[in-house]
Design a protein around this ligand. Structure first.
Ligand SMILES: NC(=O)C1=CN([C@@H]2O[C@H](COP(=O)(O)OP(=O)(O)OC[C@H]3O[C@@H](n4cnc5c(N)ncnc54)[C@H](OP(=O)(O)O)[C@@H]3O)[C@@H](O)[C@H]2O)C=CC1
Ligand SMILES: O=C(O)CCC(=O)C(=O)O
Length: 425
């Protein structure tokens, strides 16, 4: 048996620390009750599983998987599953807490959870990923359930992984249970609009923020880091609303075109190039991919991974508006510099909440045994995103705090009020 060596954790700040720092600040503004603070500062459950998987060459490798439930006070816990070599418990804990705050910000009846497996899906065959996903599901049968904990896609996973998870769970309980997971293929009960939902929510919140900043979308420029599910749809939908996307990136590098990148062409290119922008000719390749974050643009959308805007580069960020498609792209140490520079940030727990919102719609449709039109899904999710933006903006004026802290205040207030009514501890 080979054991997969844990990947060295990149030189990055600790995402759980970043989450806690903002939580502490918002808790102080709210005068949060100490007992509620103590309950919320740690997850209710953390599960680590070892997953032996037969590889195509006959060897058995053992992967480490996690599922962290931060809170179920508002309803079943909800959150994606990430396949990536950097996955570790602290990261999953932060991501799970962010899910609690995110669901509360958009006022949907879920708690927060997150899962992950430390693996490199790009170096695995389809069969290996399927066996890994099924092994993970089997180990977590007692955690998952349509009324308990409902996974969804995140980095490195998509509809196919969700289909295997749904199938494995359904076999174990002896009946098809499509509401156990969201982000499924349409034919298995997935919702129209879920694939685009996170990027669409980024677009809706970016436009709402541009309106506040009096930036005309038709004269605005934007750079998008990450060209996966969130980044590519955010770029496409912003482009459709008149915004000029001058730079995009993925692991292969960053691409720049001052006249605007043709996002449809970039998506086509990526889809025909094994998911990568490598060799994309629609823009010049920047010498260093991280230059994208420092471009002189109106709007910056980090939509790849955590801690990309840190104390090391924040001084060089020139955008007027940052809309966080990724979870935790800005480290808490960078917050003060961003605020001093007068940059508006639409924080992750608001900006990327369109995904979980449409996941909620998927779960509702599964339970009703009914399908909504794309028009209904989009109209309702746009309204939820816009209402949440307005709530957070109003709170930021009321408490005289940046949008990020305002979003935490809105979320923590809801969770704390729920605790107060429910009691029980
Ligand atoms: N999917 C969803 O519904 C939601 C996702 N999110 C968050 O959005 C972020 C992206 O998720 P998602 O789009 O689903 O993930 P995907 O796996 O679909 O895409 C990730 C993208 O980021 C790129 N990337 C990875 N590392 C870097 C880097 N160092 N520099 C530039 N690009 C990089 C990847 O490149 P390559 O393809 O070359 O590997 C890929 O284009 C994550 O933080 C996730 O938690 C938040 C809410 C919901
Ligand atoms: O769609 C979901 O349920 C969760 C998506 C997710 O993991 C996230 O919002 O970070």
């Amino acid at each position: 048996m080979a054991y997969i060596e844990p990947a060295p954790i990149k030189d990055k700040e600790n995402p759980f620390e970043s989450m806690m720092s903002r939580f502490d600040t918002a808790a102080q503004h709210l005068g949060l009750d100490e007992s509620v603070y103590n309950v919320l500062k740690a997850p209710v459950k953390q599960v680590i599983v070892n997953l032996p998987v037969t590889m195509d060459d006959g060897t058995i490798k053992v992967f480490e998987g996690y599922r962290v439930i931060h809170s179920s006070i508002l309803g079943p816990s909800k959150g994606g599953i990430r396949y990536d070599m950097q996955v570790n418990l602290d990261e999953v804990k932060a991501l799970a807490a962010w899910m609690t705050w995110k669901c509360a910000v958009v006022d949907i009846p879920y708690g927060g959870a997150k899962g992950g497996i430390r693996c490199n899906p790009r170096q695995m065959s389809t069969g290996e990923i399927e066996r890994l996903t099924r092994a993970y599901t089997k180990q977590l049968l007692e955690i998952f359930g349509p009324d308990r904990d409902i996974p969804a896609p995140d980095m490195g996973t998509g509809p196919q992984e969700m289909a295997w998870l749904m199938d494995e769970f359904s076999r174990s309980v002896g009946q098809t249970t499509n509401a156990v997971v969201t982000g499924k293929p349409l034919v298995l009960g997935g919702s129209l609009g879920r694939t685009e939902a996170t990027g669409r929510g980024v677009m809706v919140s970016a436009l709402a923020a541009m309106e506040k900043l009096k930036i005309n979308p038709y004269q605005a420029t934007c750079a998008v880091q990450g060209f996966g599910n969130v980044g590519s749809f955010a770029a496409l939908l912003l482009e459709e609303r008149g915004v000029k996307i001058v730079s995009i990136s993925d692991l292969s590098g960053a691409y720049y075109n001052e006249n605007g990148i043709d996002i449809n062409a970039a998506i086509q290119y990526r889809n025909n190039n094994r998911g990568s922008l490598e060799g994309f000719g629609g823009g010049e390749r920047l010498g260093n991919a991280d230059e994208l974050l420092e471009l002189d643009v109106d709007v910056l959308v980090p939509a790849a991974l955590e801690d990309v805007i840190t104390i090391r580069n924040v001084e060089n960020v020139k955008a007027k508006l940052i809309v966080e498609g990724a979870n935790g792209p800005t480290s808490f140490r960078a917050d003060n510099v961003i605020n001093d520079k007068g940059i508006m940030v639409v924080p992750d727990i608001l900006a990327n909440a369109g995904g979980v919102t449409v996941s909620y719609f998927e779960w509702v449709q599964n339970r009703l045994g009914y399908k909504w039109t794309a028009e209904r899904v989009n109209r309702r999710s746009d309204r939820i995103m816009k209402d949440a933006f307005d709530r957070v903006y109003k709170t930021s004026l009321e408490f005289k705090v940046p949008m990020r802290i305002a979003a935490y205040i809105v979320a923590i207030d809801k969770v704390a009020k729920t605790y107060k009514f429910r009691g029980g501890f």
